[in-house]
Design a protein around this ligand. Sequence first.
Ligand SMILES: Cc1cc2nc3c(=O)[nH]c(=O)nc-3n(C[C@H](O)[C@H](O)[C@H](O)COP(=O)(O)OP(=O)(O)OC[C@H]3O[C@@H](n4cnc5c(N)ncnc54)[C@H](O)[C@@H]3O)c2cc1C
Length: 224
Amino acid sequence: FKEIKRPLFFKKEDGKRRAVIKVGAGAKMSYLAKHAARYSLTGIERLVGIPGSLGGAIIMNAGAEGTEIGPILRSVTRITRNGEIETLKREDLSFQYRKTIFPNEPGIIIEAEIELEEGDRSEIMTTMDRHLSRRAQTQPLTIPNSGSIFKNPEGDAAGRIIESIGLKGYSIGKAGVSIRHANFIVNKGGATAKDVTQLIKHIQKEVKEKTSIDLQTEIVIIGE
Ligand SMILES: Cc1cc2nc3c(=O)[nH]c(=O)nc-3n(C[C@H](O)[C@H](O)[C@H](O)COP(=O)(O)OP(=O)(O)OC[C@H]3O[C@@H](n4cnc5c(N)ncnc54)[C@H](O)[C@@H]3O)c2cc1C
């Protein structure tokens, strides 16, 4: 479930070398990006800092700095509700901001193939390093959090908007808007789900009142 196979290289009509990697859905995105880099494969290096599995990244159409997982998929294999194994091609799926739409009912992703292009290994490594150090500087990675809370509105950044209305550091219970990045809510120790959801609602209300912008959540809230 976590296996990452060696890339299979081929040449396209344009003469460029590309490769397909078969990956178990449980493989970590960081391992996958580093594995691809070892073979000088470009296209996934900007996703190295996304915590989580390939399966989760596919469901969420995870992305960073203009790269999303959707376009680099070649196929996705799932177990359907009635126990059948089906393989969908990229063309069978459609991708939205942080959401992949499947043509039929939900299933459990077991593996996927990603297709990448051959690039310059040192450039790929430099991009990964730059990306990881930027995250470490701008995100509260040492305090428990669930990543970006809100989707970025078209042409703007949710963090910038929240900061602009003075909510950086604002807390409800033990949940607080991160001082480091206002689109992150951190657990300052013992925060409840209620603290977090109330804080989310408060931010949405304040942002709407002060800027007329409707912030939509990027995180998926389960339960009441
Ligand atoms: C510090 C931090 C930074 C983050 N930065 C980013 C970022 O830059 N970009 C970004 O897009 N996200 C980011 N995230 C959010 C999160 O890491 C991604 O959405 C990630 O892709 C989720 O993967 P996961 O394996 O944790 O999935 P989960 O969060 O466990 O699951 C996500 C969804 O996918 C479903 N799912 C998971 N695996 C499978 C499977 N095998 N088959 C079917 N359904 C499945 C789950 O049921 C759930 O609905 C960040 C989170 C944190 C905490």
